[in-house]
Design a protein around this ligand. Structure first.
Ligand code: ZN
Length: 68
C-alpha cells in the first residue's frame, strides 16, 4: 500500500482525491490542490503534552461540579 507523507499530501478540490503532487492531481490533472499539512496542522498535534486541551478543561470542569 502506498503512503504519502502529510507534508507532501495534497487534496484535489475537484475530485477529492489525495495525491503527492503539488502541481497536478494524479487522478484528474486539476491544479486546484490544497496542501493537507497546513490544514491539519500536525506540528501542534504531534506535541504529546496536551492533545485535547478543551477536553481536559471540560473534564476538570466536570470534576469541579461533582465535588461541589
Ligand atoms: Zn482531482
Amino acid at each position: 500500500m502506498q503512503h504519502i507523507p502529510l507534508t507532501g499530501a495534497y487534496l484535489c478540490q475537484d475530485c477529492n482525491s489525495v495525491g503527492n503532487s503539488a502541481m497536478n492531481c494524479p487522478a484528474c490533472a486539476s491544479t486546484v490542490l490544497l496542501g493537507l499539512a497546513g490544514v491539519l496542522n500536525r506540528e501542534e498535534a504531534a506535541d504529546n503534552q496536551v492533545k485535547w486541551p478543551w477536553i481536559e478543561a471540560a473534564a476538570a470542569q466536570m470534576w469541579t461540579e461533582v465535588a461541589a
